[in-house]
Design a protein around this ligand. Sequence first.
Ligand code: ZN
Length: 419
Amino acid sequence: MKVKLKRKSCFKQHYLYQNVRPMLVVRALMDLRHQPLYKGVEIDEEWYSHVTNYIQAITEETELLVSEESDKSDNDEPVNPGTIDTMVENGDYVSFAPGEGMRPLSILIDDHAEEKAFPNLFGGHPRKLKDPLKNYSKVIRSELLNSDRRFAADTPNLFFKCKVFVHKQISSNVQIIMRKNKKENLRASDVANSENLTRMIDGDQGYRLLHNIQNSPSHLAAIRKNTFAMVRQLGHPTIFLTISPSESSWSDLLKILYKLRHKIEISDKDALNLPYAEKSNLIRDDPVCATYFDQRFRALFKLIKNKNGIFKEHPVYHYFYRVEYQHRGSPHVHMILWLVNAPQFDPTKPEKTFDACVTLINKYIQCMVSKDSPAYAYSKSKQTHRHTHTCYRSAKDKETNNCRFNIPYPPMKETFIAL
Ligand SMILES: [Zn+2]
């Protein structure tokens, strides 16, 4: 049965549209009625008899159909239709607007909004904590890192949590700014007064209150200013690094994900030999495994910063990095490092600075790897450029194989600095 949920019944557009199995919905309702959050909820008898009649009619219809082609049905699994299970739309659907005419409660006021919005996760039970919104970040952490992955695998719930979290941050920022600017309580009428409003806009208060919200324009502007200040103070950074994960070849991660999903431990070799489709399913279905990349990156970064680590003779004394996500998926880090005693290239006096810079480059960057080296296989599979769609700006580029990074580069006998 096709169901469309609308914001208002007069709207043409729906908000949600899915196929549902009515009997399952009714059974879930019957069950939820006995749970604490749904106590006192009554089922409309008229609606119920209507639904049962409707289902009966459908079942009889399908039984007729099934008996006609009964030889085909040896599939015991219940048919679980997706959003649209056929290309042919017959326009036969039920549509209603459950929230029409109601006054919505803010998700910050309604203590049990999340539990009610996700009966599939909470089963109609409220969280046991007294005031879950007070320690919301702890609640999120505990639910997402739980060995029961139901919360982590539910994408709408992840977004819901994120929304509540950001709402909470913004509302607490608003309160701080209100307290800073006004001796007495600020009322809605104060904001309606254009003089007051202009003063608030001039003080950039609306923009500033986002300063600690990740990836808000105000937050990014602050980071940019800081980085520019670092460049002015410290000079050019020495090294630019990009670090990307290779989840499909991390046997540790695959083993953990496999164990969480199937409750079976597998060996490193089995993990690496999983078919690519299964690996990507494991990784995609658990969005929280981005924290694994974070931990791994931090471990590597410790090694980079360590005085006896990778940059032994030129220890790192300042750095800046930023984590980005490709197509809302894989995270990667862009990083700039300032190294101690690193020579600075001066284009006006190349003869004095060139040699020192080339020595430093040759020390840490190599473009060749010998076939006997243990790094050979790794470099070949992970450090070699492969053309992807980002290489081509237009269809014509793709036809002529015109990579925008101009790769492959012609071989060079020695290092030089191109300006
Ligand atoms: Zn390319």
